[in-house]
Design a binder for this molecule. Sequence first.
Ligand code: ADP
Ligand code: ADP
Ligand code: MG
Length: 472
Amino acid sequence: MIRKVLIANRGEIAVRIIRACAEMEIRSVAIYSEADRFALHVKKADEAYCIGSEELDGYLNPHRIVNLAVETGCDAVHPGYGFLSENPELAAACAARGIVFIGPDADTIRRMGDKTVARKMMQRADVPVTPGSEGNVESLDVALKEAERIGYPVMLKATSGGGGRGIRRCDSPEDLRRNYERVISETTKAFGSAEVFLEKCIERPRHIEVQVLGDHHGNIVHLYERDCSIQRRNQKLIEIAPSPQLTPEQREQVGQLAVRAARAANYRNAGTVEFLLSDQGEFYFMEMNTRIQVEHTITEEISGFDIVQKQIRIANGEPLPFTQEDVKISGYAMQFRVNAEDPKNGFLPSYGRITRYYAPGGPGVRIDTAIYTGYEIPPYYDSLCAKVIVRGRTWAELLARGRRVLGDMAISGVRTTIPFYREILDHPDFIAGRFDTGFLQDHPELLNYSLKRSHDDAALAVAAAIAAHVGL
Ligand code: ADP
Ligand code: ADP
Ligand code: MG
């Protein structure tokens, strides 16, 4: 029985996991770097331990983390997303010390973390994959030959990439020559691996991914899809569940493909199977993420399941207490990744002190964040500062709620992506539910919003009035 969990993460996801534990009467143990002394996850956990003065090293040291879990009497470790969540060493170190890793086993993580291995596994299981190179490409010459065979444009991708990094579109052999060394050096730095492969570039694709759950008793179900096509540089900004762009038949089809993929991987715990949907209506497997995802929230909102609690129960050995037929979704949900970035300045990170924070409320709203008034966003970690999740019975209600909630939210002290999201919500193509992964690139005018409008916001005025009243 899991009674005490060490959370090997920080920020909003650490807080999210602490909340899941609290509802299950499981004790939570936080870890933190010196830079995170005043972080919310440290205050919210039942216990917290500093794992070093370095900003990153402690969060990235599997052995130190597992030692601490043993010393503090934890029986499980939850990795969250990012950091060590897809590093097989943490899962292996847990297993070696008799600590439950809340996620799939090290072998599954290793196999699915290698995109070419995962692709081969899917081909064997009859899950369509994007046409591409046979495994990794060993040299520029091989890459050029393979690209000729696949046909331009191609995507040059890091085999162990993630977070949208290490991906370049190449429209010609010259492009491929230019990008080859660049991608290799980028992926070596970011992922410690120089392996790359090629995929056919799918034109105007939609990014459709499916949440799956697998237990230790052979049961695998899906919780329907998320549409993550609103991206900038291959990174998700807005996610929607279910996709407003699928027919009911396509919804069934992609759900079944995801279950087939998870079954082929003998998958246990929560995971996500990512697909591209071409403008011809074909789904192509892209990769599987073997962890909780940033956007799991919207699936929780439409399905009613607490996915983090499901992860803990599955790790505990409990069978899924329902079947696919029992999974019902209702309405729509949308998540905005509120990043501390300045959209008008090339999305430059905007770290610093949050001088005022006013959180929206009312029907259909959920805010997952670790910020508070007076909190200083450290420059060492990613720039996600809040996830704003809205829910509505219909697409129209969802859009109206999104506008209202983003207008209701105030963050001062740092620039955020909020005003940019308001522009997206007002765009006719977005309103019509027509967008692909090129949407933001095709609409640079979305950046022409007036800062005046956002500064004059009613929300900021309310926050300022409150601050003045309490003498902040
Ligand atoms: P999601 O797929 O859940 O939307 P993202 O791709 O946005 O997640 O990644 C979540 C976090 O994990 C980000 O901070 C990202 O930089 C990090 N990340 C994802 N994959 C990797 C990886 N292979 N190596 C290092 N960091 C990663
Ligand atoms: P990561 O591991 O960084 O999440 P993915 O393989 O999931 O990388 O790809 C991230 C994004 O890059 C996709 O959502 C999509 O927008 C784009 N992309 C990746 N592969 C292709 C492809 N073959 N054709 C078109 N777009 C692609
Ligand atoms: Mg991906």
